[in-house]
Design a protein around this ligand. Structure first.
Ligand SMILES: NC(=O)C1=CN([C@@H]2O[C@H](COP(=O)(O)OP(=O)(O)OC[C@H]3O[C@@H](n4cnc5c(N)ncnc54)[C@H](O)[C@@H]3O)[C@@H](O)[C@H]2O)[C@H](O)CC1
Ligand SMILES: [K+]
Length: 513
């Protein structure tokens, strides 16, 4: 099995076990540290040139993260930087102590107190890496808080000190880095929402980890993988076969909207349109029909009888006629009978918004034994209603994995870093996004988009979900780049879906070279 090293995110324990295999195979620990820290030192020199950088303060912890920091201090010293070190620990691991001795012997100043660090223009954080095992307290916590208050540029080695490598939680307090260099393999914290405000700009530095060692450790333990542009390109059913016709490109039924919430139906329709789906039918309350026709002239609008308050009372159509169903945005809780009927049909279903709120009332068991795939797309509030017993968990990756397992469904937990779990225990993460998408309507577009891809590739429901979420995020990023974060309203976002798809298709896929 080959694993792209850039495409997985590991726990501290997995990283440690990969490292152990490398050491057992004969690589000296000191040599690996030299390689990893050497790369950090080189990147710092590129990003913070000596001529324009004042003194560099290096914070050294007791373990090998501190060892890395000392190697960086030494290399920057040789490159002509003025370097000072602050190591507020008495006991250091052997290798770290050896580096400390050499650095002292080179004449690099070791500061007794933290105060002189204020004179530095750049700080290097080598206090703790993946070996952090408890909350920061006492004088170390004070040091971190004080440094954060100075607002200086801080480069964290491997991970900002104080951040839990797996969950991304802040343990007591944590360094707020300007930049973090993740060493070797992405750690999970880099994709946990909690950690994002602490990471700054992120970069992974590869120092030559044999793929076989990674496969040996994460191969059988339900790896957490990152959705990449080239994987999306490989998954999408594009280009289309020359001799296709509209019904072969899937027929999606969207069920959404109420008199009260009309816009959600339009935006879901625009999202589905962005997938290029062959046929699109949209079931809405009868009073919404003219509105939908005017926004989506290509769609077949099914006008449904309404309840007194304007929710869909029933759908006058055979639901098994459609290749897949996406259901939820703007329904209100009154459309309960509709959602119950949808869940009875043997077709892949995407459930969002009020569809999820209704499912929470019905009980998650309702989807457990569905014959076709169910895709649940909650934000954290909806997730809590669906899986109250999991909501105390601070680890978004593990809680999504558990929710997928419990519900036998694909669960997509929306967030700054969207996490997708499937019933086999596999987790995929959308590694990037933009705060521009934190805006009413962007979720409705995602529902339609995932539905649109799902109906075109029903055998690959997880991939369709991941591709939809990836393209949605990229569309947001591309739109924000051109129009600012304030310029990404729902209709604009939908218009950028084609740009995001084009970008993915233009990617040269390593597997097809
Ligand atoms: N990825 C790699 O293959 C390489 C990683 N390197 C670097 O090594 C660190 C991990 O080193 P390790 O010694 O295991 O752990 P830490 O340096 O993170 O710190 C452990 C050290 O700290 C003590 N400790 C833990 N928590 C606390 C706390 N809250 N307060 C006080 N002290 C604490 C603990 O007892 C240990 O003594 C990795 O991140 C990389 O930076 C290698 O350099 C090369 C390859
Ligand atoms: K660190």
């Amino acid at each position: 099995m080959t694993i792209g090293l850039g495409e997985i995110a590991v726990t501290a324990d997995e990283m440690r076990r990969v490292e152990e295999r490398i050491f057992l195979a004969g690589m000296p620990v000191a040599a690996l540290m030299e390689k990893a820290a050497g790369m950090v030192a080189r990147r710092i020199q590129e990003l913070y040139p000596r001529v324009s950088t004042g003194s560099v303060g290096v914070l050294v912890g007791p373990g090998h993260n501190g060892g890395d920091a000392l190697v960086v201090a030494r290399e920057l010293h040789f490159a002509g930087y003025r370097v000072v070190v602050h190591c507020p620990f008495d006991r250091l691991k052997d290798l770290t102590a050896q580096h400390a001795q050499y650095v002292k012997n080179l004449g690099i100043e070791f500061l007794e107190t933290r105060e002189p660090l204020r004179d530095c223009s750049l700080l290097i954080d080598g206090l703790f890496g993946f070996g952090l095992e408890r909350a920061l307290t006492g004088k170390i916590a004070e040091l971190v808080d004080e440094i954060n208050g100075w607002g200086k540029s801080i480069v964290s080695i491997d991970i900002p000190s104080g951040i839990h490598t797996d969950t991304g939680e802040v343990l007591g307090t944590a360094i707020i880095a300007t930049r973090s260099f993740c060493l070797g393999l992405w750690k999970r914290a880099f994709f946990q929402d909690n950690a994002l405000p602490y990471l700054g700009a992120v970069e992974k530095l590869d120092f030559g980890i044999p793929p076989a060692d990674v496969a040996a450790i994460v191969g059988n333990s339900s790896p957490v993988s990152l959705v990449s542009r080239s994987s999306v390109r490989d998954w999408l059913p594009l280009p289309r076969p020359l001799l296709t016709h509209k019904y072969r490109q899937g027929h999606l039924l969207l069920i959404c909207g109420s008199r009260r919430y009309a816009g959600g139906a339009i935006l879901s329709g625009l999202g589905a349109r962005g997938s290029g789906v062959g046929m699109l039918s949209i079931a809405v309350p009868t009073s919404l029909k003219p509105l939908l026709v005017s926004h989506l002239p290509e769609a077949l609008i099914i006008d449904c009888p309404e309840t007194e308050t304007g929710a869909i009372a029933d759908i006058p159509a055979d639901l098994s006629f459609y290749g897949a169903i996406a259901c939820g945005p703007g329904l209100t809780l009154e459309a309960r009978a509709v959602v119950e009927r949808v869940l009875e049909i043997d077709r892949p279903v995407v459930l969002d918004a009020d569809g999820l709120n209704i499912l929470a009332e019905l009980g998650i068991e309702r989807v457990l034994n569905r014959r076709e795939e169910t895709v649940l797309t909650p934000h954290s509030g909806e997730f809590k209603r669906l899986f109250p017993e999991l909501s105390e968990n601070k680890d978004r990756i593990e809680m999504t994995r558990e929710a997928a397992r419990k519900s036998g469904s694909i669960v997509l937990l929306k967030g700054a870093r969207t996490v997708i779990g499937d019933s086999t225990g596999k987790v995929r993460i959308i590694p990037e996004s933009t705060p521009a998408l934190a805006r009413g309507g962007s979720g409705d577009i995602l529902t339609g988009l995932i539905g649109g891809w799902l109906v075109q590739m029903p055998e690959k429901a997880v991939e369709a979900t991941a591709a939809g979420a990836y393209l949605h995020a990229r569309a947001g990023i591309l739109a924000a780049e051109e129009r600012t974060e304030a310029g990404v309203d729902g209709v604009t976002l939908a218009n950028y879906l084609a740009n995001a798809t084009g970008e993915a298709l233009a990617t040269v896929s390593p597997s097809r070279e």
